[in-house]
Ligand binder design. Structure first.
Ligand code: HEC
Length: 120
């Protein structure tokens, strides 16, 4: 094997390793978001059909969030859940209790929900 070949192989492995790290990060963020959703008890009021999450309240549950990725930006969701922005002239009934990083993970996860698998 000549030198060029060796450096080429090292180069390719480096790319794969870096990609793997970046991808693993995305995955853990997604898992984290769902965890935060459950820990924050968002599921008391909201279902997310495509994630098999059922709302705890059976009477007048709030909107299913399966398609929320289509309707709102992350920036909006962050502000709305911090009660800094209104939707239909109303603030969200509960403010998010966790820190900024958790809120970012949660909203990133909501945006990642793949509504193409889902409902109407
Ligand atoms: C006490 C009940 C309750 C809890 C708990 C709750 N929500 Fe809500 N949420 C509502 C209500 C009521 C609305 C207003 C619109 C509606 O009826 O869905 C709303 C609206 C929303 C919307 C906009 C939905 C849309 O399509 O218009 C999002 C996104 C949302 N909530 C996310 C969350 C997240 C994330 C959590 C957890 C941090 C959470 N909510 C916790 C009651 C709740």
């Amino acid at each position: 094997m000549n030198k060029l070949m060796v450096s080429y192989i090292i180069f390719v492995f480096a790319i794969i390793a870096l990609y793997g790290i970046a991808y693993a990060d995305v995955i853990s963020e997604i898992k984290g978001g769902k965890q935060i959703f459950m820990n924050s008890k968002c599921n008391s009021c909201h279902s997310i059909e495509i994630e098999d999450i059922e709302a705890k309240v059976k009477k007048n549950p709030a909107a299913d969030l399966s398609k929320v990725d289509k309707d709102y930006s992350i920036e909006f969701l962050v502000k709305y859940l911090s009660k800094e922005e209104k939707l239909n002239e109303k603030f969200h009934p509960v403010g998010f209790k966790g820190d900024k990083q958790n809120l970012n993970e949660l909203t990133t996860w909501l945006k990642s929900l793949n509504n193409s698998k889902c409902c109407n």
